[in-house]
Design a protein around this ligand. Structure first.
Ligand code: NAD
Ligand code: UGA
Length: 459
């Protein structure tokens, strides 16, 4: 089986960058990315590459190279399915907000809709690839829908979870640690191996059975998030004992069995996946009656919630136990640097806690729009949209954010924050001028000697 035409359903943070890179690396394959969100597709087709719906360093160059050659973005889902020999499903799989498993299980309604649409449209054999992160054994559901509602054509299902991290997506896709492909049919597996082998060394393409592949994705995210919660747990102990969490991280990270990555203490992990995927893992374990397993992984989330709450509590406590009517400038709103994604960002929850204490918040983020900040706060439903707009201001100049602020809170580790004129910032702030560094970003700026009251996580 040689793949000539790929369709990807879902033009989001995963579908957009992954398929752009496949198109870039495999010029002989036609790649069409489709989405029901017409606005998103229009943005992917925008002439001005700074307007792409996903901000990722290097993505604009990849799209510029392949778009119009063998990479296409469209809202015509049926036509793209009909033309493809291989269909990736890369739609969102959020935590369920209703019914059984509410707040825990993955909502698979978008996945099922895709399967039904593929089955209805396909008049020839297709390879269907799970790119979305899915509960283990979802391929069974897909198989059942495809075979029971299809036109009698053959379907092969593969699991090919995505491991890219936002902000480094293009580098991760160009040089992945590994590509994982799970499947039952050797020819179908080989067809997908051949696509990746255009640029990924063969020894980095791992093949497994379907269930191992599906479960490995949830497991990888759980392990990564667990490391962040582990170092964050130690950060609180550091604050009480005079140890410095960065020094502890370096000391343990040089042990080759532990390794240095993912040991950066922070205000808490965010992003669309860690929490969602662990909740899903916990739900699956519980559904098999594995209560100890479920309880074990649940603690990773509990620790993360504690870290976000603790950061907000520390701000209030340090500022003489009240922030009512005080202006607090937020540097950063995205869940990490080099992305415009704000899903589950710690900033949202810290802001909510401080707004409950009647603080006024001014937000500056180099890539996040005011509409997004308000949408995130409105989604919480803690207060009315009107109140959110009254209490929270979003500015496009960091110095405006700091002007007459009582405190600055660093929520995202954007590099540009280190290059600011911190003398100028202090001069325009209320005194004492507080900085709460949720990313341990400004240690090198020697803020105490400039006259700031400087608090960093884990020191
Ligand atoms: P996203 O919300 O950015 O994009 C999903 C897109 O799918 C949306 O644009 C939506 O309109 C579209 N869609 C939904 N149903 C559709 C349908 N029936 N037909 C056509 N389009 C439809 O989500 P994402 O961040 O790209 O994540 C997608 C999946 O990949 C999730 O399962 C996620 O867990 C997983 N994942 C995400 C990341 C990440 O960094 N964001 C990394 C690895 C894996
Ligand atoms: C994460 C995984 O790293 C990817 O492999 C996976 O594909 C993806 O989830 C997914 O399935 O969606 P992502 O969420 O984009 O990627 O970004 P990460 O770099 O993992 O960061 C997640 C959160 O943890 C961020 O808020 C980040 O600031 C925080 N973090 C990370 C820390 O606080 N400390 C660290 O040492 C590392």
């Amino acid at each position: 089986m040689k793949i000539k035409n790929i369709c990807c359903i879902g033009a989001g943070y995963v579908g957009g960058p992954t398929m752009s890179v496949i198109a870039q690396q495999c010029p002989e394959i036609t790649v069409t990315i489709v989405d029901i969100n017409a606005e998103r597709i229009a943005a992917w087709n925008a002439g001005d590459l700074s307007k792409l719906p996903v901000y990722e360093p290097g993505l604009d160059a990849v799209v510029a190279e392949a778009r119009g050659r063998n990479l296409f973005f469209s809202t015509d889902v049926e036509a793209a399915i009909a033309a493809a020999d291989m269909i990736f499903i890369s739609v969102n799989t959020p935590t369920k907000t209703y019914g059984k498993g509410k707040g825990m299980a993955a909502d698979l309604k978008y996945i099922e809709l895709c399967a039904r649409q593929i089955a209805a449209v396909a008049t020839g054999d297709k390879i269907v690839v799970e790119k979305s992160t899915l509960p283990v054994r979802t391929a069974e559901t897909l198989k059942s829908i495809l075979h029971n509602t299809g036109n009698g054509v053959g379907f092969h299902i593969l699991s090919n979870p995505e491991f890219l991290a936002e902000g480094t997506a293009i580098a991760d896709l160009h040089k992945p640690d590994r590509v994982l492909i799970g499947g039952e049919n050797p020819e179908a597996v080989q067809a997908l191996v051949d696509v990746y082998a255009a640029w990924v060394p063969r020894e980095r393409i791992l093949t497994t059975n379907l269930w191992s592949s599906e479960l490995s994705k949830l497991t990888a995210n759980a392990f990564l998030a667990q490391r962040v919660s582990s170092i964050n747990a130690i950060s609180e102990l550091c604050e009480k004992t005079g140890a410095n969490v960065d020094e502890v991280a370096r000391a343990i990270g040089t042990d080759s069995r532990i390794g240095p990555k993912f040991l950066k203490a922070s205000v808490g992990f965010g992003g669309s996946c860690f929490q969602k995927d662990i909740l899903n893992l916990v739900y699956i374990a519980r559904s098999y009656g594995l209560h100890e397993v479920a309880h074990y992984w649940e603690q990773v989330i509990a620790m993360n919630d504690h870290q976000k709450r603790r950061f907000a509590d520390n701000i209030v406590q340090a500022m003489y136990n009240t922030v009512s009517g005080k202006k607090i400038a937020f540097l950063g709103w995205a869940f990490k640097k080099d992305t415009n994604d704000t899903r589950e960002s710690a900033a949202i929850y810290v802001a909510d806690a401080l707004l409950n204490e009647e603080a006024n918040i001014v937000v500056y983020d180099p890539k996040v729009s005011a509409e997004q900040v308000y949408a995130d706060l409105d989604y919480l439903g803690t207060r009315s949209p009107g109140e959110n707009r009254k209490l929270v201001e979003v500015v496009t100049d960091p110095y405006d954010a700091a002007d007459r602020a009582h405190a600055i809170a660093v929520l995202t580790e954007w590099d540009e924050f280190k290059a600011y004129d911190w003398h100028r910032i202090k001069d325009h702030m209320m005194k004492p001028a507080f900085v709460f560094d949720g990313r341990k970003l400004l240690g090198g700026n020697d803020l105490p000697s400039i006259g700031f009251q400087y608090y960093a996580i884990g020191e």
